[in-house]
Design a protein around this ligand. Structure first.
Ligand code: C2E
Ligand code: CA
Ligand code: CA
Length: 439
């Protein structure tokens, strides 16, 4: 499907395309140069091109496996260093031939912008700035010690090739960036309309105990788009988080959750159910967050003890004192807090101990490999004993097999959520599930 025509292709997918194409171009161009350098017996240049071939191949593999971290933190910096070496020692301008390899820094600036978009703000700015600076330096000076065995005639042809490839890459990355902006813009517009048109629906995934009884649910947003069908939160939540939309979405989800708790409270069979709601960092940070929840609780006359807010470790990157104050305020109304995706983020035990948490939620990535990876098994055990030590509840998500459940039971985790019990369900199906299970 064409990139522009499908607005559901995620930013991550585009980044993957971009990295795959770049890896192929680097490999093919480096192979071509290697053959040429072998023919003129310039072994030093063969060595440099071999490094580029290796980077291209590893980059291709990492991009295919969606391992952008390896590319961003290892391969891309290495490529930058190699290109600087090429400019200083193998592409030194003289009166007959200009330098050309520094033109690769132009598409690299845009690559860096895309690659580090979701990284720390310093890296986001520093990486493109450093590459721009290198471009400026190599474009404005003749700096270098020539170690290349190429004649001026060969180099003159090389300049045309290098400049053409660099321009092609620049054009490509600009095209994909532009389509990314367009898709984001369209989705953002659609999402703001979706909130007004009630296209966002909550699904409920059961949370059960070791006897299979339904204790409650996690509310998970689904976007029922009239043209594209059901859109998963992995597509629209990260997008909403980049703008103020997440605040509107968060308010809508909280209001729906409170409404649901009010409905459950009216029926004896469902009155005991708890409801967990995901809270984004931006939403938690908003000054309106605490007053809004308090207003909702008062309006819906909800028993606040049944409402649990799921926060993630990314919240720890912000001011601890403010977090503590907000949590304590909400806890005084009876609201509970669960630390979601535990073990995947800024994990600092000091934070976990300082915050008034009620539950740790073991991330599904650990549960997935809990029976096959010694590492994941010991992290899971460690999280369970930490929860016990802190006298807080523990739940595992992403439980898919009875064997995984047994491992968790053996190690003291007795609450679960996962496909083994049920996928997230529309409310009517969830209610039926809970009724059957709790008979
Ligand atoms: P999450 O909070 O980690 O939610 C759990 C995700 O794991 C859900 O994906 C759920 O469908 C999936 N899951 C549950 N059991 C299993 C299992 O056994 N195996 C596997 N492989 N997956 C399982 P979903 O619904 O696609 O949600 C994705 C993420 O979107 C959520 O991850 C959460 O971070 C975010 N999200 C969803 N709804 C909301 C919302 O209302 N507000 C905010 N801020 N974020 C939301
Ligand atoms: Ca969650
Ligand atoms: Ca989770």
């Amino acid at each position: 499907m064409a990139i522009e025509s499908n607005p559901l292709i995620k930013h991550q997918d585009k980044l993957t395309y971009l990295l795959i194409i770049a890896s192929i171009v680097i490999t093919v161009v480096a192979i071509a140069w290697t053959i040429f350098f072998i023919s003129i017996r310039d072994w030093l240049s063969v060595g440099v091109e071999s490094i580029l071939i290796a980077l291209g191949c590893i980059g291709y593999n990492s991009a295919k496996r969606n391992n952008t971290k390896v590319i961003a933190h290892i391969l891309f910096p290495l490529l930058f260093i190699v290109m600087c070496i090429v400019c200083i020692f193998f592409d030194v301008p003289n009166t007959a031939v200009p330098r050309s390899n520094h033109h690769y820094f132009l598409p690299m600036v845009l690559y860096a912008y895309v690659l580090y978009q979701d990284e720390h703000p310093y890296l986001k700015i520093a990486a493109p700035a450093l590459i721009s600076l290198a471009f400026l330096m190599f474009a404005s000076t003749h700096t270098g010690i020539n170690l290349s065995g190429m004649t001026n005639d060969h180099r003159l042809v090389g300049v045309w090739i290098t400049n053409s490839v660099a321009l092609m890459m620049l054009f490509l990355v600009a095209l994909i960036m532009q389509s990314d902006f367009k898709v984001r813009h369209t989705l953002e517009l659609e999402l703001s309309k979706a909130l007004l048109k009630n296209e966002i629906e909550l699904y409920f995934q059961p949370q059960v105990d070791e006897r299979g009884r339904t204790l409650g649910a996690e509310a998970l947003a689904r976007w029922q788009h009239p043209t594209f069908g059901t859109i998963e939160p992995d597509v629209f939540i990260p997008l909403a988080e980049k703008s103020e939309l997440i605040l509107h979405l968060g308010k809508y989800v909280l209001a729906s959750a409170c409404h649901q708790l009010t409905l459950w409270a009216q029926n004896e069979a469902t009155a005991q159910l708890t409801l967990s709601v995901n809270i984004s960092v931006k939403q938690f940070q908003s000054t309106e967050f605490v007053p809004h929840i308090i207003t909702l609780l008062n309006e819906a006359k909800v028993n606040a003890h049944k409402l649990q807010l799921e926060i993630t470790e990314s919240i720890f990157a912000h001011d601890l004192e403010t977090i503590q104050v907000k949590m304590t305020q909400l806890k005084s109304y009876g609201i509970k807090f669960s630390l979601d995706d535990f073990g995947t983020g800024y994990s600092s035990l000091a934070y976990v101990k300082k915050l008034p948490l009620d539950e740790l939620k073991i991330d599904k990535s650990f549960i997935k490999e809990v029976l096959t990876s010694v590492n994941d098994a010991s992290i899971t055990k460690m999280i369970i004993s930490l929860a016990h030590e802190l006298h807080i509840a523990i739940i595992a998500e992403g439980v898919e097999t009875p064997e995984q459940q047994q491992f968790l039971i053996n190690n003291g985790c007795l609450n679960f959520q996962g496909y083994l019990y049920s996928r997230p369900l529309p409310i009517a199906e969830f209610n039926a599930f809970a009724l059957v299970n709790n008979q």
